[in-house]
Design a protein. Structure first.
Length: 279
């Protein structure tokens, strides 16, 4: 498991393109029969990817749980949200099976000892996951797209018409601190999260997918007065500290999964920056 330490915004404004990518971009999330994991010291969030092909893969494959978390098993003091962005797959949680189709989501609460991933079709499942520290247990729950709370927003004239699907959210189910959802841009729309915002009390991770071949997303980041960008490809993730804006414009329409953790779960607690004030 790769460890990423917190970055000071005073230092980040002097980073080269390569240094920005090494600090915040997460590539190669889906390797056959492996677990890719990045532990960020920003709110101690862990971003993971797993693509089971020939094997049933444990969530802690390749991870020294004691050295990484100081616990006996991965979810002893953590909760996790999991989306499937591949073929039909199965997640076994302490002996209970959950079948996830495309864009289905599973929330697993603190205390689950065994989590196993497998594919059920020729096209392998691709499980995208974000885990946060948790102080108590709630209910492990499978959520379909139709279960999500939906917030249409944007305008075709502004090239930002989209639907925010809130899956792991206080309006849908109880969690300790983790919130996750999926934003789907309408055909012809390319901008997300503009006007941009920060939220000093929470960090966020974006994972872009359904980015067409040979297309990219220009992900905006940095302090509002010191903006930078990362050029991102399909199925890549980016860590966004609380001090950074997080917005993007694609060369085509796309979808992204967002995950937040921090002081609270108030979705609308954000500090919006007028677009003309960005630098």
């Amino acid at each position: 498991m790769e460890i990423r330490y917190s970055a000071n915004p005073k230092d980040v404004k002097r980073f080269t393109t390569q240094e920005l990518r090494e600090e915040f971009l997460i590539e190669n999330l889906y390797r056959p029969d492996e677990v890719t994991a990045v532990y960020s010291h920003v709110d101690r969030m862990v971003t993971l990817g797993c693509m089971p092909v020939k094997e049933t893969v444990s969530i802690d494959k390749g991870i020294d749980v004691w050295a990484s978390f100081g616990t006996q098993y991965f979810l002893e003091r953590r909760e996790i949200g999991i989306f499937n962005i591949g073929g039909v797959g199965n997640i076994t949680v302490d002996g209970t099976d959950y079948t996830l189709g495309y864009k289905d989501c599973l929330y697993i609460t603190r205390g689950a000892r065994e989590v196993l991933f497998s594919s059920l079709a020729a096209a392998p499942a691709k499980f995208y996951m974000v885990s946060a520290p948790a102080h108590r247990s709630y209910e492990t729950k499978l959520l379909r797209l139709e279960d999500a709370a939906k917030r249409p927003c944007g305008d075709p004239a502004a090239a930002n018409q989209r639907v925010i699907n809130q899956f792991i959210h206080p309006d849908v189910l109880k969690t300790c601190q983790l919130s996750m959802g999926m934003t789907v841009l309408e055909q012809g729309s390319v901008w997300n999260t503009m006007p941009a915002h920060t939220h000093e009390r929470r960090m966020e991770v974006y994972m872009y997918f359904e980015v067409p071949e040979n297309e990219v997303v220009f992900h905006m980041m940095g302090q509002p007065q010191e903006t930078r960008h990362l050029v991102m490809k399909n199925e890549q993730a980016v860590i966004s500290p609380s001090w950074s804006i997080h917005a993007g414009a694609g060369t085509a329409s796309y979808t992204f999964i967002w995950a937040m953790g921090g002081e609270h779960q108030a979705f609308d607690d954000m500090d919006t920056i007028p677009t003309t004030q960005l630098k």
